[in-house]
Design a protein. Sequence first.
Length: 104
Amino acid sequence: MKKILFAIFAVAALALTSCEGNKMDIMSLDVTKLDNTEVKCWKWTVKNSGFMDGTVYVWDTEYNVILVLQEAYKTAQLNHRKPIITYEATSDSDKESCECKNDF
């Protein structure tokens, strides 16, 4: 249930913001090799998806972030789009300072 709510939040957040980004093949990442224990602040951007472009800051594991971004990519492809997706860890050390960077 938590993953579903996180995905819904991500879609809503991306729909309300905008961003710039570098190209990345998010689908080439193997989530089974990503960290699913360490929680930190992540900044992700989606561009050219046609319905959920934006920049979002989230406090989560890299594993969960990539799962959400891969689902966003698949959804955009269903609409004949090829989104540009980037993500990176930020220097924020707590959830509040991370999430307060969002514009929504």
